[in-house]
Structure formats: structure tokens, C-alpha cells
Design a protein around this ligand. Structure first.
Ligand code: FES
Length: 126
């Protein structure tokens, strides 16, 4: 049986925006709200190069990554063709104006993924 953890009120998430939920392990989860008051949750990591999807523009059931404009489905995390890739999605429940995430997923899902680091390439050994 799913144990739901209350995250916030839907009104705490900007329309066409997102709110980040930090976790004890792993990257933040981004909880999105569209203009139909639907809520979605994805790992805050674009499948392209790790951009913060929580800072992207929500359009219907998709979000445009702020870095290179890939479009990611809020329903399942899949990148729209011709781009390829997927970011992990999380179960989310909206009940009586309150947003909940699956407590088990929040603690355990995709905790091994990190944001790519920018910078010069490693020096190769001679
Ligand atoms: S990192 Fe998201 S489109 Fe490139």
C-alpha cells in the first residue's frame, strides 16, 4: 500500500511553474503545475545534459528545459522526438488541494543519478 507524503498545497506551486522537493539522498524532485491545475513530478534533471527542469517553462503536459529547450513529457519523463532520453518520474497525488508524493519513491527512486559537472575535460595520463 502506498504511503503518501504531503508536500505542499497546490497553491504553493506557481501556475505553469514548479517547486523543488529536496531529499535525504539523490537529486531534488520537481513538482510541476500546469494551467489546468494538474500536478506532475519528475527528477529535476533533464535527460539531455542534466538541466534543471524545475526552471523550465510548463506547456500543457510538457516542460521545456531551460538549457537547450528539449521538451520533456510531464507524464512519463520522455523527451519529445527527435530527441531521445527519459528522466525518472514520480507518482503524485492531488487531494483536497494538497500535493502528495509516494514516500517510498521519494526516499529510494533514482537516488543514484547526479547532475553532470561542467568544466575542462580530465587531463589524460601520459
Ligand atoms: S540539458 Fe536540457 S535540453 Fe540540454
Amino acid at each position: 500500500m502506498t504511503e503518501w507524503k504531503m508536500i505542499c498545497r497546490i497553491d504553493d506551486i506557481p501556475v505553469l511553474g514548479a517547486r523543488r522537493v529536496s531529499r535525504a539522498q539523490g537529486m531534488d524532485v520537481a513538482v510541476f503545475r500546469n494551467d489546468a491545475n494538474e500536478v506532475f513530478a519528475l527528477l529535476d534533471r533533464c535527460p539531455h545534459k542534466g538541466g534543471p527542469l524545475s526552471q523550465g517553462m510548463v506547456m500543457g503536459q510538457r516542460v521545456a528545459c531551460p538549457l537547450h529547450n528539449w521538451t520533456i513529457s510531464l507524464c512519463d519523463g520522455q523527451a519529445a522526438a527527435p530527441d531521445q532520453g527519459c528522466t525518472p518520474s514520480f507518482a503524485v497525488k492531488l487531494e483536497n488541494g494538497l500535493v502528495h508524493l509516494d514516500a517510498h519513491e521519494l526516499a529510494n527512486h533514482a537516488t543514484d543519478l547526479t547532475r553532470p559537472t561542467a568544466g575542462p575535460a580530465c587531463k589524460q595520463a601520459a
